[in-house]
Design a protein around this ligand. Structure first.
Ligand SMILES: Cc1ncc(COP(=O)(O)O)c(C=O)c1O
Length: 397
């Protein structure tokens, strides 16, 4: 993989702070965008822009075609039909919409199972649904390696929601294994793909899950582009979450009828530019190759762990399969202080609880520092990270 060539597509990576070139190691929060994605969005706004699915004039038809072409492209990437590929703003919106649409199928005799490594986006909507419906909420625990521990699903499990990848530890969960286990109890299976989709393509039909959600902005796409996928037969039975324009076929004073999929779940004017940018981002990632990107991340993680072992840091999790994420601390120093030192060296990392308080509490610390890599990161950035952490350890450790 020619990382130097890839970096030229991301002009922001040449920015300098405090006289040093930016080392952007916060990809689990959001990725940077290549010029190809920005150009695709720009082209839409400059040359093909109008509201979609509304006008009969040529420009609106053109905009609608561009939006629907993006849906086809994005869906093809994860093996989905267009009818099943719903555009949302992000993973959070996808999962909340799902939790509301499914709420009538959860009752007080039911249990929902989530995991201790879920991001708040895939925990709080289910937790709140359980509170509203007086249903039980169970957690699959995280073991000492940062992996999901064995779990016996209760026989009343109505729904199991879990992440493809932990956004704190980088752990890659075995989707098929967990989906199969939950399905034995007849549960609906929801996969949070926010931290997985940027690194590991999933074929939804082979995976065994019923619903899949991810965000475009973490995989080189624009902010405001997200996806909710669901099996057609399930989506057809579910009520919409948002009501309004574009999602109806007939409205009378006393009743309304819903449009076909996927439009039933896309009320209001969508972020068509975001969807077009996401399709271009997927083109870009596929042309580089997801497996090469993951291999590159693994090499960066290995170098990080070797250097961190020399320095003597607390590193969280040693999962057997992982993406390019390393969470760590300097003992007796606060993660935010470490983040400040790194920031002073133009190294962008996230310090905090990563919207995953249940997991970070389980790790027994108030916060961690997280370095997260992607296709444009380099070994020399890893060395800079280690040098800066070494310096922070001398100050705080
Ligand atoms: C695993 C996981 N789930 C959900 C989310 C929420 O994504 P968004 O903020 O794009 O909705 C994130 C974002 O950090 C994540 O890493």
């Amino acid at each position: 993989m020619d990382v130097e060539k890839i970096r030229k597509d991301f002009p922001i990576l040449a920015k300098k702070y405090h006289g040093k070139t930016l080392a952007y190691l916060d990809n689990a929060a959001s990725s940077q965008k290549p010029v190809q994605v920005v150009d695709a969005v720009r082209d839409f706004y400059l040359n093909s822009y109008a509201n979609v699915h509304r006008g009969s004039y040529d420009l609106s038809v053109e905009a609608t075609e561009a939006y629907e072409k993006a849906r086809k492209r994005v869906g093809k990437h994860f093996g989905a039909k267009e009818k099943e590929t719903i555009f949302t703003r992000n993973t959070t919106e996808s999962l909340n919409a799902l939790a509301y649409s499914l709420s009538d199928s959860i009752g007080e005799d039911d249990a929902i199972v989530v995991t201790e490594m879920d991001h708040h986006s895939n925990l709080v909507p289910w937790q709140q649904l359980c509170l509203r419906k007086k249903a039980e909420l169970h957690f699959v625990e995280v073991d000492g390696n940062g992996e999901l521990a064995d779990f016996d699903f209760p026989s009343n499990t109505a729904l199991f929601a879990f992440p493809h990848v932990s956004n704190v530890l980088g752990t890659v969960n075995d989707v098929e294994k967990w989906a199969k286990k939950a399905k034995k109890e007849g549960a609906l299976v929801v996969l949070d793909g926010a931290a997985g989709a940027p690194h590991i393509p999933l074929n939804v039909h082979r995976s065994g899950v019923d619903f899949y959600a991810f965000s475009g902005h973490k995989m080189l796409g624009p902010m405001g582009s997200g996806v909710l996928w669901g099996k057609q037969e399930l989506l057809e039975k579910m009520p919409p979450f948002l009501y309004g324009g574009s999602m109806i076929t007939n409205v009378e004073k006393g009743k309304s009828e819903w449009a076909d999929l996927p439009h039933k779940f896309e009320a209001g004017t969508p972020d068509a530019g975001g969807a077009i940018g996401l399709a271009k981002a997927i083109d870009y990632l596929e042309s580089v190759g997801f497996s090469r990107i993951l291999e590159h991340e693994h090499a960066l993680v290995k170098k990080t762990l070797d250097l961190f072992a020399e320095i003597g840091l607390d590193v969280y999790g040693s999962p057997s399969k992982r993406t390019g994420i390393v969470s760590f601390n300097i003992r007796n120093a606060h993660a935010h202080d470490i983040g400040m030192v790194l920031g002073g060296d133009a190294i962008a990392v996230r310090a905090g609880v990563h919207c995953s308080q249940v997991l970070v509490k389980k790790l027994g610390v108030p916060a961690t520092v997280r370095a997260s890599y992607y296709l444009y990161n380099t070994e020399s950035e890893v060395e800079r990270l280690a040098d800066s952490v070494r310096k922070a350890k001398e100050v705080f450790g």
